[in-house]
Design a protein around this ligand. Structure first.
Ligand code: GLN
Length: 495
């Protein structure tokens, strides 16, 4: 069920919260051995909370009453582990709830577990998790995307109706596109980052992942809003109600379509036609060199990451000896606990910030970022939204890009520009290429999150069925008599 269907069923008394949560936990138990979407599952805590919710009087029930939710493991849930996919935080228990988690809980959500990710959010395939890979439910030989691959796979496999992810350069949108689900990256400053383990603070954003854009909007309306604990949140009230129809002008980003695989481009062209058929006006636009955005992103993101991750150098103390020896041992220990990609980024980030290179790399990247935002905003004066693919390709195979970081980074070439500009963007399923989902992206003006989400919901998802498609391995119709779904996954894997 979608978020809305789940909430409706509970509201009408057709199903209790305990039953809903039990069903999710049962699905996770059966399926997740194969998928690897979850790093930890909170069976007892979730069931206990579900019971308490079932006993709550009607008038105290929030808008997300009884909704089971998966949370990416770099977002803090009090009393639960938060590893950020890293060995260095393997034994870290969150001392408080992230602001978004607090808001979702007080609206009635139930956290069922924490999902897998690339270490500290650095990656596009979940292969950089220090623990295990997550598999794509559409093809278990392929990656689910990253870094929020666990959350996207969990929603795609229908283990939970919704999940939280974080998006620095594309990490909710790209995995959503690879897994055939919908995800939203909010305008920078709309959603509090308090309780999100930092990667690159000027880019990090927490976003919802669900089956539909309508569900994402509902979750966003609970998550959004100023927060005294995050000075970068916007204090003003943002209208997050559904937007009524107008003849919206949609800018089709030509140069992005040209840079994508032809089958992906075709699916997005077809998406544009659906919007047009529903009364929107199309216009071709050019958003500037995508590779430049990718370069600027990797300079700024690594620079900020190198500063943010410096705090871990003191986390694991070596045996006390003399000061110099102690420092050395601490460094060795830290080095052993960070993965290759994290170390690569710390080195790169330290390099671009060092004297002599700061002007050549960091300052130029910052200038490019400013120019890029100005360019996006000027295009968005002529059109209301931009349409482009979420990723240039569909999900790739395990190992395909692991040895070549630049190839891996290229998976985000369509998403990083939007992150640099701080704009809102939704990724939604818009077609299939050889049985694998394709994602399209709608990008809006700052704080017009409700507009892009309403557009995807009303003028695309209401007219099409891509978001309703379920991976074959998950669909009951592929079951042989007396076979459980777990048997099915095993059979498919063996075949
Ligand atoms: N894949 C991109 C990166 O490796 C984006 C990651 C993210 O958004 N957290 O930086």
């Amino acid at each position: 069920m979608t978020v809305r269907q789940t909430l409706e069923a509970i509201r009408q008394g057709r199903i209790g919260v305990v039953e809903v949560v039990r069903e999710c936990l049962e699905r996770i138990r059966r399926w997740d051995g194969v998928l690897g979407a979850f790093l930890s599952v909170e069976t007892e805590t979730a069931l206990k909370r579900a019971e308490q919710l079932d006993n709550l009087p009607q008038d105290e029930r929030g808008v997300l009453f009884g909704l089971p939710l998966a949370v990416k493991d770099n977002i803090l849930v009090k009393g639960q582990t938060a590893t950020a996919g890293s060995r260095i935080l393997e034994n870290f228990t969150a001392p408080y709830d992230a602001t978004v988690v607090k808001r979702l809980l007080s609206a009635g959500a139930v956290v069922v577990g924490k999902t897998n990710l690339d270490e500290f959010g650095m990656g596009s395939s979940c292969e950089h998790s220090a623990f295990f890979v997550t598999r794509n439910p559409w093809d278990t030989e392929r990656v689910p995307g990253g870094s929020s691959g666990g959350s996207a796979a969990a929603v795609a496999a229908r283990l939970v109706p919704a999940a939280l992810g974080s998006d620095t350069g594309g990490s909710v949108r790209q995995p959503a596109s690879f897994c055939g689900v919908t995800a939203h990256r909010p305008t920078y400053g709309l959603v509090s980052r308090y309780g999100l383990i930092a990667f690159a603070s000027s880019l990090d954003a927490i976003g919802p992942i669900a089956q539909t854009a309508e569900d994402c909007l509902l979750l966003l309306s609970v998550m959004a809003g100023g927060d005294a604990n995050d000075a970068t949140t916007a204090p003003h009230k943002v209208d997050l109600r559904r937007k009524p129809f107008q003849r919206w002008r949609i800018g089709v980003v030509r140069n992005a379509l040209e840079a994508a695989d032809s089958a992906v481009a075709e699916a997005v062209e077809e998406t544009a036609r659906v919007f047009q058929k529903n009364g929107c006006v199309l216009k071709d636009v050019d958003a500037g060199a995508l590779e430049d955005a990718l370069a600027a992103y990797h300079i700024i993101a690594t620079a900020e990451a190198s500063a943010n991750l410096a705090r871990y150098s003191g986390v694991h103390f070596a045996q006390r000896q003399d000061e110099g020896e102690l420092a050395l041992q601490t460094i060795r220990k830290t080095r052993a606990l960070f993965g290759t990609e994290v170390k690569r980024r710390i080195l790169l980030g330290t390099y671009v910030l060092s004297a002599g290179y700061y002007d050549a790399y960091y300052l130029r990247a910052v200038a490019h970022r400013r120019a890029l935002r100005a360019k996006f905003l000027s295009i968005l004066r002529d059109v209301d939204m931009l349409l482009l693919p979420t990723s240039p390709s569909v999900a790739f195979r395990f190992g395909e890009r692991l040895k070549d970081p630049l190839k891996m980074y290229a998976a985000d070439v369509m998403t990083v520009g939007v992150s640099l500009a701080g704009l809102p963007a939704v990724s939604f399923p818009c077609g299939f290429v050889e049985g694998l989902p394709v994602g399209a992206q709608l990008v809006g003006r700052p704080f017009e999150d409700a507009l892009v989400l309403s557009a995807a919901a009303r003028w695309f998802q209401q007219e099409t069925d891509y978001h309703k498609m379920v991976p074959a391995a998950v669909s009951y119709t592929h079951l042989r008599a007396h076979e459980t779904r777990h048997d099915l996954v095993c059979r498919l894997l063996l075949e």
